[in-house]
Design a protein around this ligand. Structure first.
Ligand code: SF4
Length: 302
């Protein structure tokens, strides 16, 4: 791929790759995602994000200050038309350890869910269980998922708009079976960058509509809203993403997170207080894009 590029394209690709590596390195450091001796199961769906995640993790493996192993895992759910040869060929070419798990969840979902109803929740529940079990079988200490910054923000809005909760996707968590630590190394990566990276690297992407399920319309609407904001108000997405990394519980209304009941005149000014009667003062323009800040001091990027 690199040979066919002009000097400018090569320069842009190197910048993009460096930025993605820096984003991943920073997320790994901020959340202590990877530790010495970890064996990480990298979940590969065949989509652009998981291909990008595997590529960047393999790249960082060369220069990271800690030693860790990677095992790429794909779950072949037996959807009609799933091109079985693509991932084994690609992974064998990379020389990474891998496993293709074959489980016909497609038939189970078709049998259990009436025609026309959404199949995704049962399908993902089955997939989750299989992947957790596989991680145990492979002796993996962590499971890496390919969700990125825009997935995290979309989930935040989905939860606010439809779930009445201020929560998103954690960058690191213990799985609901209590047995696995799940990490999201792409948490700081922009979807736009991952799209460009997948194009440049010509990853053999497998279409995600093989099951015939409809797209999640709520998520689609949120995505469109964010794309529109990005077009009309450059910097807003970055500002929102910065906001979820700088939460002030004393200035929200969850009394289980902050002890409002104990506040009295002796408490002093808490988190800067506020002007009580005056409207809040806000900067005229959004914050800087986090990628414009140099953050090279975490995992060395060569
Ligand atoms: S889109 Fe299809 S494969 Fe993906 S979670 Fe939904 S039912 Fe499963």
């Amino acid at each position: 791929m690199q040979d066919a590029l002009t000097a400018k394209e090569k320069y842009n690709f190197n910048k993009l790759q460096k930025r993605l590596r820096r984003n991943v390195g920073q997320a790994i450091a901020d959340f202590n995602m990877i530790e010495e001796g970890d064996r990480i199961m990298v979940c590969l769906s065949g989509g652009k994000d998981s291909f990008g995640m595997l590529d960047i993790l393999m790249n960082l493996q060369q220069s990271a200050p800690v030693h860790f192993e990677l095992v790429a895992v794909n779950l072949d759910q037996k959807q009609p038309g799933f091109p079985e040869h693509i991932l084994p060929e690609y992974l064998a070419g990379l020389g990474v350890e891998y496993k293709i798990v074959e489980e016909d969840t497609y038939s189970i979902v078709k049998e259990k869910i009436p025609e026309g109803k959404t199949t995704c929740s049962l399908c993902s529940r089955l997939r989750r269980g299989i992947l957790y079990r596989t991680a145990q079988e492979l002796g993996c200490t962590k499971i890496a998922l390919g969700h990125h910054r825009d997935d995290i923000l979309e989930t935040l809005f989905l939860n606010m708009f439809y779930g009445g909760k201020l929560k998103s996707m954690p960058p690191k968590l213990v799985s609901d079976d209590g047995k696995n630590v799940v990490i999201r190394p792409l948490a700081y990566c922009k979807e736009k960058d991952l799209v460009r990276y997948a194009d440049a690297k010509a990853f053999p992407i497998i279409p995600c509509n093989l099951c015939g399920s409809q797209e999640n319309l709520q998520r689609k609407a949120i995505k469109q809203m964010m794309q529109e904001w990005d077009r009309r108000f450059p910097g807003r997405i970055e500002t929102m993403f910065t906001a979820i990394q700088d939460v002030v519980p004393s200035h929200l209304l969850d009394h289980s997170l902050f002890d409002f009941k104990s506040i009295n005149r002796d408490s002093g000014i808490i988190d800067g207080g506020d002007k009580a009667f005056d409207p809040p003062e806000l900067p005229a323009s959004p914050l800087l894009d986090i990628d414009s800040m140099e953050r090279l001091d975490v995992i060395e990027v060569r």
